[in-house]
Design a protein around this ligand. Structure first.
Ligand SMILES: Cc1cc2nc3c(=O)[nH]c(=O)nc-3n(C[C@H](O)[C@H](O)[C@H](O)COP(=O)(O)OP(=O)(O)OC[C@H]3O[C@@H](n4cnc5c(N)ncnc54)[C@H](O)[C@@H]3O)c2cc1C
Length: 289
């Protein structure tokens, strides 16, 4: 990938060989291990948590309601936290935390995973035959690039930011990136606004990521306590919640709220090159136009 003042060139590999494609802009949405990010020498910054969860999808019929279930220190897997929720087509997703001294590579071996799943299914009385579909391992990351526009390359989704799954904002925030970027890119390409408009994409969405990370980190510190103090707070919360309704929101807090772009340049008198911008439904200046 090469980019200069006029555009971007990328090599695309397909069944009939490698082609070079030249474009005005490149949206890098190539995921958490983004090749484009690596080729530009960019690094994400933030926090990675040590607590690891094995993720297992299994197929098993059940009469249970569709709901999210969580067990803390259950008899089936002492010391572990287990999450379980139903997906379509009789699939259960089961997540369980492994001990800090367990080897992650060993932890995902079927001979280590399947007995723990069986033990849990026995505990909750699920007796129908089951089979594993997918096994993986996960640790929470709160990482972001500090800017999502680098010349003519714009980063979106996991290529731009990684937020913990416990905040359920990964895919959701990627969609928000797309919604924010698409109309701005269209307006720049059509000549209705100058390229400076795209800087507001970066400012607004980096701000959103930082908020999503705050929510995600709070959930992660509950689900995978990083130290003794967080563990103690979780123990206290779980015990008190049995009798104190006021404490229960600490277990299941609000995961997200609408994000206000209070510092966005679009709120001020900046000129992005065209009065046309004020006609766009998303433009705050529309009210004054
Ligand atoms: C276990 C788990 C549970 C999750 N649960 C939730 C949830 O409940 N809610 C939520 O909002 N998010 C959730 N997420 C996060 C969500 O899955 C991701 O944030 C989302 O998939 C990121 O989308 P993306 O399009 O940015 O990246 P990806 O989904 O990674 O897509 C990137 C694409 O680019 C392709 N690609 C990469 N490199 C190249 C290349 N060089 N050339 C061509 N193609 C390339 C890849 O093949 C891939 O198809 C979860 C994640 C995990 C792991």
């Amino acid at each position: 990938m090469r980019h200069d003042a006029d555009g971007v060139s990328v090599n695309i590999e397909s069944a009939d060989g490698t082609h070079e494609v030249r474009a005005q802009w490149l949206v890098a949405c190539d995921g958490g291990r983004s090749t484009v990010r690596e080729q530009l020498g960019l690094r994400m910054e933030g926090t990675q948590y040590d607590g690891r969860y094995v993720i297992v999808d299994i197929v098993q019929k059940t009469q249970r309601d569709v709901e999210r279930l969580a067990w803390f220190d259950p008899p089936s897997n002492p010391g572990s936290t287990i999450l379980m929720h139903r997906q379509p087509d009789d699939v259960w997703r089961i997540d369980y935390q492994i001990r800090d001294d367990e080897d992650p590579a060993e932890a995902v071996q079927p001979e280590n995973v399947l007995p723990r799943v069986q033990s849990h299914l026995d505990m909750i009385g699920e007796t129908a035959p089951w089979e594993p579909l997918w096994i993986s391992i996960y640790n929470a990351k709160c990482l972001t690039l500090d800017a999502y526009r680098h010349g003519r390359v714009l980063f979106a989704g996991d290529a731009a930011h990684l937020v913990p799954i416990f905040g359920v904002r990964g895919l959701n925030s990627g969609l928000d990136d797309a919604g924010n970027l698409a109309w701005k890119l269209a307006w720049v390409i059509k000549g209705h606004a100058d390229a400076g408009l795209l800087d507001s994409y970066s400012t607004e969405r980096v701000h959103a990521t930082r908020q999503n990370i705050d929510y995600g980190a709070k959930s992660t510190e509950f689900m995978a306590p990083p130290n003794f103090a967080f563990n103690l707070m979780r123990e206290a919360t779980l015990r008190l919640a049995l009798d104190e309704p006021a404490v229960r929101s600490l277990i299941n807090p609000r995961q997200s709220a609408p994000i206000a772009y209070t510092d966005s340049a679009l709120n001020g008198p900046s000129d992005f090159g065209s009065a046309c911008l004020a006609r766009h439904p998303a433009c705050p200046r529309r009210k004054r136009a």
